[in-house]
Every structure is written in structure tokens, then in C-alpha cells.
Ligand binder design. Structure first.
Ligand SMILES: Nc1nc2c(ncn2[C@@H]2O[C@H](COP(=O)(O)OP(=O)(O)OP(=O)(O)O)[C@@H](O)[C@H]2O)c(=O)[nH]1
Length: 245
């Protein structure tokens, strides 16, 4: 099941209030907010739209910035993605960008393999994430994936795969090369891996419904315990991946 809501484009300086508030839960499933960062023209919109609609659309207004909503299933679990496709022209030092980074649970830093400058920007984005979210290469608790897009432009390649992998490792990030143009599967894998890492890092918040279920389980279990300490062996697991949320 998929659905798409594309919010109206917003001016770089005018969208700040969109990133406030924590009213992000409702219904069942797990929610994840992904922020897609990278220099202008690397394919942030193309990758996001490819994931959400399965289609590759050649041309977009470079000034657009949007939040896409997409519901899908990963490992039989319903996942609600909110994906913030940032404007590539935005100054990485801008306080507005920090606000967007605070909003996110997980991050994609995109470059394109045929543009060395876009690759050179990776570090600045990662440092900004570290600065804003308080993570580091030593404690990479915020899931970040470095993505080399436009893999189909092999003849124009300026950045080797090994270079991408090396910088991703050094920064404590995951790494993938994709072609938004040629492969929906590659782009889907990118978002799936990010989600799974997020889950592994327990960076995702449980919905109030899920929290209530956990609390009910705990109180039912402890009230039924009585003196039967042997029942401790039956203590239920509350890992998110074993729960229906
Ligand atoms: N060959 C090829 N072209 C791509 C690919 N992905 C995107 N493009 C093209 O690259 C150009 C820029 O793509 P966008 O998705 O607009 O890039 P962006 O990073 O969102 O750009 P800004 O909005 O300026 O930040 C468009 O002409 C796309 O058609 C790809 O995988 N391969």
C-alpha cells in the first residue's frame, strides 16, 4: 500500500514552522522521518520521487522543497515514511537547515558520481548533522547513509566507489551507489536499509498505541505474577520488531 502527499513548495526562509511540533503519531505502524541532503542537482528529488511513486521524472524546479509521505511494508511491518527533500541551494550554515535536521530521525547525504564538488560537500553535511543531533563517527547513533547517485553515468564518473565507501566508513555512515534513473529497486533498498538501521539504533519512537500495549503487557504480567517466581522465565520480549504496532 502506498500513498503520497506532497506539500506545497515553500521558500527556504519561510518553512521553519513546518518542522516544529512532535505530533507525528497516529494509526498503526512505525514512523520515520528522513531528511535528504546534498548539493543542488545530485538527484535528491529524483530519488525521493522514485521511491514514493516508482517513477523517474527527469525535470524538477530546482527551488522546490517538499515533504513526501509514503506508507509501505518492510519485513511485513507497516512503515510510514516522511521524507524531507531539501533545497540543494540552501547554505549548509543556515539555521533553517539545522531546524530541518533536528526534525529528522535518519539522513541521506547524496552526491552524484560524476561531480567531485558534490562529493566534497559530504563532510560539511555530516558535521552539521553531528553538530545538530550530537552524534559523531565514534558514536554513530544517528543513522546516516552516504549515497552516490547517477551510477548509470559510468563514463563520466569522477568519484570511485571505493572513495565513497571510504568516506562513509570514516564518518560512521552506511554507503550505497544507486541510479534513480535506472532502478527503483536500488532506491527502495536505500530507504529500507536506512529504516532497518534506524530500528536497530532504536532511533525510532514507538507510537502512543504501541507504548500503551507495552504498558498493558507489563501491568497484566506483573499483576499475574503473584508468588509464582517461576513465571519470570516467561517474561515477554518487548522488542519493537516482535510487536504488532
Ligand atoms: N543520469 C541520471 N540523471 C539523474 C539521476 N537522478 C537525477 N538525475 C537528473 O539530475 C537532475 C537533477 O535532479 P534533481 O532530482 O532535481 O536534483 P536535486 O538534488 O533535487 O536538485 P535541487 O532541487 O537543485 O537540490 C535532473 O535533470 C534529473 O533528471 C540519475 O540517477 N541518473
Amino acid at each position: 500500500m502506498t500513498s503520497l502527499v506532497r506539500h506545497k513548495s515553500m521558500k527556504k526562509s519561510g518553512g521553519a514552522s513546518r518542522y516544529g511540533g512532535q505530533a507525528r503519531y497516529g494509526g498503526s505502524g512505525t514512523h520515520i522521518r528522513v531528511v535528504v541532503l546534498g548539493q543542488g542537482g545530485v538527484g535528491k528529488t529524483a530519488m525521493t520521487v522514485r521511491f514514493v511513486t516508482r517513477r523517474f521524472i527527469c525535470d524538477y524546479d530546482p527551488t522546490l522543497e517538499a515533504i513526501y509521505k509514503h506508507n509501505t511494508y518492510i519485513d511485513n511491518e507497516q512503515v510510514h515514511f516522511e521524507i524531507l527533500d531539501t533545497a540543494g541551494q540552501e547554505d549548509p550554515q543556515s539555521p533553517n537547515l539545522e531546524e530541518k535536521i533536528r526534525w529528522g530521525d535518519a539522513f541521506i547525504i547524496a552526491y552524484c558520481i560524476n561531480d567531485q564538488c558534490s562529493f566534497d560537500e559530504i563532510m560539511r553535511f555530516k558535521f552539521l548533522i553531528n553538530h545538530t543531533k550530537g552524534s559523531s563517527a565514534q558514536a554513530p547513533e544517528v543513522p546516516v547513509m552516504v549515497v552516490g547517485n547517477k551510477r548509470d553515468l559510468e563514463l563520466d564518473r569522477m568519484v570511485k566507489s571505493s572513495e565513497g565507501e571510504k568516506i562513509a566508513n570514516a564518518l560512521g555512515c552506511m554507503f550505497l551507489e544507486v541510479s534513480a534513473k535506472e532502478s527503483h529497486e536500488e532506491v527502495r533498498t536505500m530507504f529500507e536499509k536506512l529504516y532497518k538501521r534506524c530500528k536497530a539504533c532504536t532511533a525510532l519512537k514507538l507510537s502512543p498505541t504501541a507504548i500503551r500495549k507495552v504498558m498493558d503487557k507489563v501491568s497484566n504480567f506483573s499483576s499475574g505474577l503473584g508468588n509464582h517466581s517461576r513465571q519470570l522465565n516467561r517474561l515477554p520480549s518487548f522488542a519493537t520488531d516482535s510487536m504488532e504496532i
